[in-house]
Each structure stands twice: as C-alpha cells, then as structure tokens.
Design a protein around this ligand. Structure first.
Ligand code: F6R
Length: 589
C-alpha cells in the first residue's frame, strides 16, 4: 500500500534519480502512479515530477540536488490521475507531502482548511496533510507543526514531508511501516529496506508514535507524544544486495519460487527453545488459534490439518472474520498470526482484539521490524528474505514449514520433523528440473485461453487447492475455483462441461480412493482432468507428477500452482511481479 523513499546527501547530487531507482524496488507496494519531489541546488521552489502508471523504466529530468522524496501509489482516495499522484504541496509550494495509509477524518480537516482559504487541487486525503502543516507552521517550528498535524490524523498512517526552508525530510509513523537507513554521511527513509539496501544495511525501524528528522548533519528520533528526542539504536541486517535483485531471473516471482529450495530448509534452524516452549504450552492445554489473510489464511488452514495430526484441535479463522469468534480467546489461548509483511491491517486488528482478551500472540512473520513483530509475545521469524513479487510464494512455504515443525515438536518428534523438512528440500531440488518446467510450459500453452478452471482436493490437499487457485487467479487473471473434493456432488458439478479444465490435487494418503472417484465424476461430465499427484491414474488426462512426500506432498503440489500461475501470467501478457489492482501489503481495512 504505497511506497515511500527519501534521501538526504545524495553523493552524486542526483537525488531525484536515486529516489526513482529506489522506488522501483518498492513498486510492489503500489503501482497506480509515482512521483518525486526535489529541493534543487540553490532553488527557491520544490520541483516535482509525477505520473500515472508503473515506474517500469521511467526516468526523470528533475534538476540536480541532494535531497529528494518519492512515492509509489496504490490509490485509495481519489482516482488514478497525475494530479492525485503524490507528492502533494501546500499553498506556498515549499512543503511536499507523501503518505501511506488513509486519513479517516480528512473531510472534517479539509472543510476547516477551506474556510481558512486553502486551495486544494487533488481529490486525495493526503493533500489535507500538506495544508494543515502549512497552517500550523505559521505559529510553530516545522517539526512541531508536522508532529502536531500527524497526531490529528485518524487511521493508520505514515507520512514523510520534504521541507524546503529547513532542507529536511521529516516523517512520522502510526501503523504504516517506515525504516531509516544510516549510510556513510547519507540518510535514507523508506517503507521497506530494499529501496536503499544497495547503500546500507544499518537500519532503524520506526515504532508507532515515533517521528524522525533527517538533516544533512544527521538523523534525530522523536517521541511524538512528548515531542522530545529519543535515543536511536540502529540494527545491522544480514540481508544481502542480491536478496533485493532479480539475480538473472526475468521476474522476482520466478526467482522467489526457486528460492524456496533454500528458504524452506532454513526454517529448521529457527530458535528451537522457542518452538519447544510453545509445544509444551500446547501440550499443557493452551488453545491454538491460527489467523491471517489471503495466502497466509490458507497457511493457517493447512497448519490446522498438521495440528489435527498432532492431536490438537486448532482453529483457523481468517483475520477479516475474526471478531465474532474473538470472545473465545482467553489467557490460555495461543494466537498464531501469520503474515509475510507483518503490516496487514485486518491481521493486526485481529491481533489487537486477541491481545485485549488476554491471548498470547505468536507472530509467524517474514518481514523484520514489522508492526506484528512488535505486538507479538513470541516471534517465529521465518527468514525467507525479502519477498518482492506481490504474489506470495516463499513466505507461505516457510510459514507452513515452521508451523509443521511446531506440530512435530508437539508430537515429541522435532528432530524427525527437521530431518523431514531437510529431505523435502533435497527432493524438491531434484524434482524442480528442466523436464518439469517444460511440461508446465506446455500445459500453460494448452490452458492459456481458458476462462474458468476448477480444482479439487481433500484434507491437506484442500488448503492446497485454495492456494493453488489463488496463484492462478492473481498471476494470470483466469477464474480458478477451488473446492473440497467432498463438495463436488453438492452443487459444484453443474459447472463442469466438455473440456472444462479440472485440477485434481492428490497424495498417497487415506483419501486417495475418494479423491480419484471425485476425479472420475468430473471426467464423466467431460472435464479435462489434470492430476497433480505422485501417482498415475486412469482418471487423469494429464499428470504433473509430484514427489511422494507423505503429508509434505502439499509443498510440491502448491509449487506446481505457483509455477503454472507464473507461466500462464507471462503467456497472457500479465506482469507476474505486479498483478493488476493488487498491492503487496494491505495496510488498510
Ligand atoms: C497472495 C498474497 C496475499 C497476502 C495477504 C496477506 O499471493 O500475497 O493474499 O497473502 O494480503 O499478506 P501478509 O502475509 O503480508 O499479511
């Protein structure tokens, strides 16, 4: 939901160009429009360049300067137009504001400002921030004016302001991420680390209620409530530049799909003490509730099956449907909040509610320094590294692997669990070969012009169908509908006609025969049956063979969905890294 990137002391005096390049690394956060503002060398006025559409290979002719601020937008208030693109200026044109979030009370603020004679040119909620700061700065120092304005904004927001007079960038955070990068006499501000990772891995993640002032002489942290300075203690991340680059792959999505061969086994080195303590709590009758949104909610559902195998009656509740069930949370409930970004608004709302009711929050999270991480009592960092493609892949498999390991600990089989995950990655590495890829490309060509596809699976392969179908929908825009195999006869079968593509996700498990008889029913109605399975069957017209990994067969079965979605998307001319209408982290309700 919108990317923020600013720099002070650009060594090449090309701050606008540097910001533009960094914004390209944040484009996954929103790609409706982009914009950059710069304080030009010896300039009396800010210079701005903003456009609708993806940044892609955009360039900017903005003048030389060493301080600039930019934004990539996922539109909420106001359509996708050049005028609504950020940054937004105040009436004096000496302040440029960019914003990630929604100002829930912007109408009230706007009315007051209109009465005072301010002129608005955009339809955005962001523009009110610029004018309110201008109004307050008539009586106060600029950082006080910004902090006070920010405290009046309702909702989850992060703002960054470029101020010509003081030659500073000032930013505040409440609910939307901001991180400061501390380089060699250069300072950066961004929504996410990849923007400046090329320059520094020494960072400080702002907490809610903190403000930051970036000047040529350095960086100062503030407590927004008291407006007093605070000590800033940076951390050094172990991220490498390659983590935020495509590394020879045509898209981040395919790079991240392949990265799973190393990210999945990495989960076996997660803090064992933490896992064993959680396992002991679960064995001592703590309830288990799993939550998340989208792909993370499918991970929650899959984990519920793993917990059931371990004899635990876990609940999985999508975060956006959490409230009616929150009354069942108490001090003896472990709430596993699953998230790649750790910033998803619905997940955070569920977590807040669970905390209020005394639940203990376990964050199963990928991005470091996130809001979720700070809210949690226990953090299980899944360490898949930066996931840049909007579509989630490697974060999902690492989260699922982590939760699987936890369930093995509950069964007192943690070491065996670790071995199984390590073996899984070895088997996947062999399986993910050129032959498989060629088969998937051929299949993608066969299915390229389809409008509808259906998927069935049972038990662990049911959440697998949900995730598989989501990958197809997000990446190729084909309607792919997943069902529990058992649901088929209760209505769904009406949708099947001659040639309708039907994926059957299967494993060598106790429900194999049932799934195959559902496949036979689909076939009898003329469906084109595509088996995703470790075994052959007469019911399958096409078979994508996956390795036989027992309950872990769900991993390769889902990876087929990720790859097929990718090749279908590429074939249909979609951008696999930035599907239309989506943003990487959904920080609004
Ligand atoms: C799907 C996808 C989304 C996210 C969902 C939650 O590929 O990326 O469905 O899984 O928006 O995001 P996080 O995991 O950041 O909380």
């Amino acid at each position: 939901m919108c990317g923020i990137y600013g720099i002070i002391n650009d060594k090449k005096n090309q701050a606008a160009q540097t910001v533009l390049e960094g914004l390209k690394k944040l484009e996954y956060r929103g790609y409706d429009s982009w914009g950059v503002a710069i304080i030009p060398e010896n300039g009396q006025k800010l210079k701005i360049d903003k456009h609708i559409g993806k940044i892609g290979d955009a360039t900017t002719n903005l003048s030389q300067g060493s301080i600039a601020l930019g934004h990539t937008r996922w539109a909420t208030h106001g359509g996708v137009t050049d005028i609504n693109a950020h940054p937004h200026l105040d009436c004096t044109k000496k302040l440029a504001v960019i914003h990630n979030g929604i100002v829930e009370n912007y109408q009230e603020i706007k009315e007051e400002l209109l009465e005072k004679g301010h002129q608005f040119i955009s339809e955005t909620d962001t523009e009110v921030i610029a004018h309110l700061i201008e109004e307050k700065s008539k009586l106060k120092k600029i950082n006080e004016a910004i902090f006070e304005t920010f405290k009046l904004l309702r909702g989850s927001n992060a703002i960054a302001v470029l101020d010509l007079n003081s030659q500073t960038i000032i930013a505040c955070r409440n609910g939307s991420p901001l991180v400061v990068g501390l380089g060699n006499n250069q300072y950066f501000l961004a929504s996410d680390v990849p923007a400046f990772l090329k320059e520094t891995n020494k960072v400080y993640f702002l907490n809610d209620g903190e403000g930051i002032v970036l000047k040529q002489s350095g960086v100062t942290l503030y407590d927004l409530e008291t407006e007093k300075e605070k000590i800033l203690t940076p951390q050094t991340l172990d991220w490498k530049l390659e983590d935020a680059e495509k590394g020879g792959y045509p898209h981040f999505l395919i790079k991240e799909i392949y990265e799973q061969l190393t990210t999945i086994p990495k989960t076996t080195s997660i803090n064992e003490k933490e896992i064993l303590e959680l396992a002991n709590k679960i064995k001592s009758e703590y309830k288990v509730v799993l939550t998340g949104c989208g792909t993370a909610s499918y991970c929650a559902l899959a984990a519920k099956y793993f917990f059931a195998e371990a004899g635990i009656d876990a609940q999985s509740i999508p975060a956006y449907e959490f409230m009616p069930f929150s009354k069942f949370i108490d001090e003896k409930t472990l709430v596993f909040a699953i998230s790649q970004s750790g910033e998803t608004a619905d997940t955070l709302i569920a977590v807040k509610e669970a905390k209020k009711r005394g639940g203990q929050i376990v964050a199963v999270v990928n991005a470091r320094g996130s809001t979720l991480e700070r809210m949690a009592d226990v953090v299980l960092p899944v360490s898949a590294g930066p996931e840049i493609a909007v579509v989630s892949t490697k974060a999902f498999t690492s989260q699922l692997s982590t939760l699987y390991l936890l369930t093995t600990a509950v069964r007192d089989r943690y070491k065996i669990g670790q071995e199984k995950i390590n073996d899984l990655s070895k088997v996947l590495t062999k399986w993910l070969n050129v032959q498989l890829i060629n088969q998937l490309i051929t299949l993608a060509k066969t299915l390229m012009d389809e409008e509808h596809m259906y998927l069935i699976g049972k038990h662990l392969n049911y959440p697998a169908t949900l995730e598989f179908a989501l990958k197809i929908k997000e990446t190729s825009y084909i309607h792919a509908e997943p069902f529990a195999a058992g649901e088929l006869k209760h209505g769904v079968i009406t949708l099947i006609q001659k040639g309708t593509p039907c994926f059957v996700l299967a494993s060598n498990d106790e429900v194999k025969a049932e799934v195959l008889s559902s496949a036979a029913e689909l076939k009898a109605r003329g469906g084109l049956i595509i088996g995703i399975s470790p075994f052959e069957s007469n019911e399958f017209d096409i078979l994508i063979k996956t390795p036989d990994l027992g309950d872990l067969t769900i991993f390769p079965n889902i990876i087929v969905g990720q790859l097929l979605g990718y090749y279908l998307g590429v074939g249909r001319g979609a951008d696999p890294d930035k599907p239309r209408n989506l943003a990487k982290s959904v920080t609004v309700k």
